[in-house]
Design a protein around this ligand. Structure first.
Ligand code: FES
Ligand code: MG
Length: 577
């Protein structure tokens, strides 16, 4: 850590301390808002990047939490300012928030760089907000704390606990199979999301905030606090107090997000039974920090890390509220402390090891010991073969084990509407051994790699009592999804990956223990098909989408834009003011 900063060394002093025309302009405009020198002079300016919006129910409480962060900043002698950022509502944005994750990352980076900011509190939680805010802030490089939104309360209907996403899919299949009434379905609709906060299964939101936490970017362990809990309010104020200190200490993210911290985060993610989306975001976040992380690294950790969090959808019973009461992420990390680099620094100013010193498990059915894991391994597996030369991802723990080694004929769909019409056809000619395939749903084809990868079970099979089958796509799936779904096939079909050459009836073979994914079609035939392949039309002719398509990487590289990577070129220096 560098020597403690003096007030004159604050970045914001460049805006506010100089006795010249520029300084006059900046100060007079603060005074326009009713501030005077006692608000800003010699104080770190803390930008609070809040991803609140009326269309993001997961962040509804941020409107008030901003005030709690401000209270903390003021207590510690800082100058808090709110800076709203793109809310990335998983619920309402089409075609998918993933199309816009990098837009939030760019907005975050440029907001920090362009404004008189000394440090930031990043407020997010709904799926893509966590990686988006962190990627941008890593590139900006200023002291930062991540403030996780916290999970919503457990869902409830008719005495049943309901889990975000997972129970929606489950009851939707039952409704399509005709086993529940309209009234029951409406009851689920009204009970599944009953407080602010992000999804409370171990979906993408809970996985990504756990990753931010394990990486050292939140006050340690706070990612598990439920959004409506008073501890969440106190944590918000504490984050505000702490970031002011971080500015004086010069504790920048490059001292926190080291190779050790990234590895810690990946191990913790595996032990939570993480969302498959974590793969893409972890790769992207690591690369922003200049840390080398590959799909193969993640596969190796997936093979050796037991799943200890008994949280749905990988676990059977519990939800994030139960996880918090059982000791939360601190307790989970304490169970695997021998596998973590305890010397990793955190925003708290102490090492991960120090933060775990008093951690305890209060319910060892929710947070299992290493001697009694939910699964000995298998959060994630990376498959390769002639169908996915650069990799594909599956979550073995979330699928019926009979599909771990399987082969069957492909039933291929080129678009979501085509697939949807087929799965709703009760007379569809399909067997439980078939492999349903959706292509043109990757980063460029989707566009934005939508969460279509848990292809709906065909009605024809649901009525026969089947609830799982092998499915395959270049899409992602929601972290709250489950089933034998092979995802993120790279290269995607839209750019001419081998998936584009697959035809109905081709035999697909999956072998998870050996990490293989192949189509049993010989090379000469594939060459003939490639010669006849016609590239689909571009999805965007202008605007952000056009820029996205020109610069986005494939899923095995994290779907970031090439020009945002540190190796692309030097960052802009400080503004000449
Ligand atoms: Fe916001 Fe699930 S919809 S976290
Ligand atoms: Mg989600």
């Amino acid at each position: 850590m560098s020597a403690r900063k003096t007030a004159g060394e604050l970045r914001s002093a460049r805006w506010f301390a100089s006795d010249d025309l520029r300084g006059f302009g900046h100060r007079s405009r603060l005074m326009q808002m009713g501030y005077d020198a006692s608000d800003w002079a010699g104080k770190p300016l803390i930008g609070i990047l809040s991803t609140w919006s009326d269309l993001n129910p997961c962040h509804a409480h941020f409107k008030h939490r901003v005030d709690d962060v401000k209270r903390g900043v003021l207590q510690a002698g800082g100058f808090p300012v709110e800076m709203p950022a793109l809310a990335l509502s998983e619920n309402f944005m089409k075609p998918t928030t993933m199309l816009y994750r990098n837009l939030l990352a760019m907005e975050t980076e440029e907001q920090i760089r362009a404004h008189p900011v000394d440090g930031v509190v990043l407020m997010g939680g709904c799926d893509k907000t966590t990686p988006g805010l962190i990627m941008g802030a890593l590139s900006a490089g200023m002291p930062m704390i991540y403030l996780p939104a916290g999970p919503m309360l457990r869902g409830n209907y008719a005495g049943q606990q309901l889990g975000s996403g997972s129970d929606a899919w489950k009851y939707w299949d039952e409704r399509r199979a005709g086993t529940i009434s309209d009234k029951q379905w409406q009851g689920v609709e009204g009970g599944i999301a009953r407080s602010y906060g992000h999804c409370m299964t171990m979906g993408t939101a809970s996985t990504m905030t756990a990753i931010a936490d394990a990486m050292g970017l939140t006050l340690t362990g706070v990612s598990s606090i439920p959004a409506p809990d008073a501890n969440h309010i106190r944590m918000s104020a504490q984050s505000g107090r702490r970031v002011v200190e971080m500015v004086w200490e010069g504790l920048t993210p490059d001292q926190i997000v080291t190779p050790a911290a990234v590895r810690n985060a990946a191990i913790v993610a595996m032990a939570t039974g993480c969302s498959t989306n974590a793969v893409i975001h972890l790769l992207a976040m690591a690369r922003r920090a200049g840390v080398v992380l590959t799909l193969d690294d993640l596969d190796a950790l997936g093979r050796t890390t037991p799943v200890l969090a008994n949280i749905r959808p990988s676990g059977q019973t519990y939800l994030m509220e139960d996880f918090y009461y059982a000791g939360g992420l601190l307790a989970l990390m304490a169970q695997i402390r021998d596998r973590l680099d305890l010397g990793a620094m955190t925003v708290s100013g102490e090492t991960l090891g120090a933060a775990l010193a008093d951690a305890k498990v209060y319910n060892d059915d929710v947070i299992r010991p290493l001697s009694n894991p939910i699964y000995p391994e298998g959060s994630l597996a990376v498959l390769k073969g002639n169908l996915a030369p650069d990799g594909a991802v599956i979550k073995p723990v979330a699928c019926d084990p009979r599909f771990h080694v399987h082969q069957g004929p492909a039933l291929v769909f080129d678009s979501y509407p085509q697939m949807k019409a087929a799965v709703d056809n009760e007379n569809l000619d399909i067997t439980p051994d078939h492999v349903m395939v959706l292509r043109n749903a990757g980063p460029l084809g989707g566009p934005g790699m939508p969460e279509w990868g848990m292809l709906p079970m065909p009605k024809a099979l649901l009525k026969q009592g089947h609830r799982d089958m092998l499915r395959l796509s270049d899409a992602r799936m929601s972290g709250t999804s489950y089933g034998a779904c092979v995802l993120h096939v790279v290269p995607e079909a839209h750019v001419g990956g081998p998936l584009a050459l697959l035809r109905n009836g081709d035999i697909i073979r999956i072998d998870i223990p050996n990490r293989r994914l192949d189509m049993l079609v010989d090379d000469a035939e594939l060459a003939r098909r490639r010669a006849a392949w016609v590239k689909p039309a571009d999805r965007f002719g202008r605007g952000y989408g056009w820029m996205y398509a020109a610069h986005v990487s494939q899923a095995d590289k994290g779907c970031d834009f090439d020009y945002l990577l540190p190796e692309f070129g030097p960052a802009a220096g400080e503004p000449d003011i």
